[in-house]
Design a protein around this ligand. Structure first.
Ligand code: HEC
Ligand code: HEC
Length: 239
């Protein structure tokens, strides 16, 4: 019996320790996310739902608007899209303009959400996302490597396992708006560690780092055909 007591104390310690880590709850997907991501998606149904409920704002290609009002959603990790949709539906992510659409009956089932997020992830990314002014990108790259790459990845490819967003090909102005909303806490669901880093940064640093990120390009496999065409034309023009 004594052994059991020791194990119980040890277990309690482990539970306390893990609950006590600074970012508990952030490193794992919620039970609802795990359940949904395990479903086999029907991409055709995802397309149908996207076309009906999402395209009027995010555009048919999922490329949003360079003025930053509507984000690029194409090519984002499924886990990230799903987390954002659930956070918005649960009013954890605030002021999203999407609460109404997420309350649609058609989008209530787990399967419908799984279909839609898989479809959005499969879309090729934008060839000409909105960029910053290009004034200070070298410094931006240094700030990125030091403060952001750990979570968002060296090439801003994100981390699907941890639901950290992919940032490359996102519109500069959208990122700026979101970055400020995370910094002020307004977004509601920002990562506390990112919030802390953001609070210590000047606006100039923020402009520089996001400008740098907006210029990172996805690998060929994630690009659209027009992406390829634009680049090829660019090369011809530069000759
Ligand atoms: C009425 C316009 C509108 C409709 C319809 C809409 N969205 Fe959005 N969506 C937005 C806006 C605006 C944002 C940015 C929210 C913010 O500013 O916080 C957004 C943000 C998102 C995000 C978060 C992106 C990120 O990287 O932060 C995802 C994912 C998303 N929408 C997916 C969808 C899907 C899927 C649908 C269809 C079910 C949809 N949206 C329908 C306007 C819309
Ligand atoms: C501890 C990990 C972490 C660090 C460090 C971090 N971020 Fe984030 N970032 C996140 C997570 C997680 C989210 C999404 C939060 C959520 O679910 O809403 C996010 C969201 C964002 C968004 C909004 C993306 C979107 O699609 O809505 C931008 C832009 C961003 N981060 C930029 C940065 C930059 C630039 C840095 C460095 C200065 C940075 N982050 C540092 C974890 C991190």
């Amino acid at each position: 019996m004594r052994g059991v007591g020791v194990i119980a104390v040890w277990l309690a310690g482990v539970v306390l320790l893990s609950a006590g880590t600074a970012y508990a709850g952030w490193e794992n997907s919620s039970a609802e996310e795990v359940k949904l991501l395990a479903l086999k998606p029907n991409i055709d149904n995802g397309f149908r739902l996207y076309e009906k409920y999402c395209f009027e704002c995010h555009e048919l290609e999922g490329w949003g608007s360079p003025d930053g009002e509507f984000p690029v959603v194409a090519g984002q990790h499924r886990s990230v899209i799903l987390k954002q949709l659930l956070d918005m539906r649960n009013r954890k992510r605030k002021e999203s303009d999407m609460e109404e659409v997420l309350d649609e009956k058609d989008l209530k089932s787990s399967q419908a959400l799984a279909d839609m997020v898989a479809y959005v992830e499969s879309l090729p990314m934008s060839p000409d996302n909105g960029l910053g002014r290009g004034l200070d990108t070298e410094r931006g790259g240094k700030i990125y490597a030091k403060h952001c790459a750990d979570c968002h990845g060296k090439y801003a490819e994100g981390n699907s396992k941890k639901s950290y967003p992919l940032l490359r090909s996102q519109h500069y102005r959208y990122m700026l708006r979101q970055f400020k909303a995370v910094r002020s806490g307004e977004r509601g669901n920002g990562h506390p560690k990112m919030e802390k880093i953001a609070k210590g940064m000047s606006d100039e640093d923020v402009f520089a780092v996001l400008d740098y990120v907006s210029r990172l390009k996805p690998p060929q496999a994630q690009r659209s055909a027009s992406h390829y065409l634009l680049e090829t034309l660019g090369n011809i023009n530069n000759r």
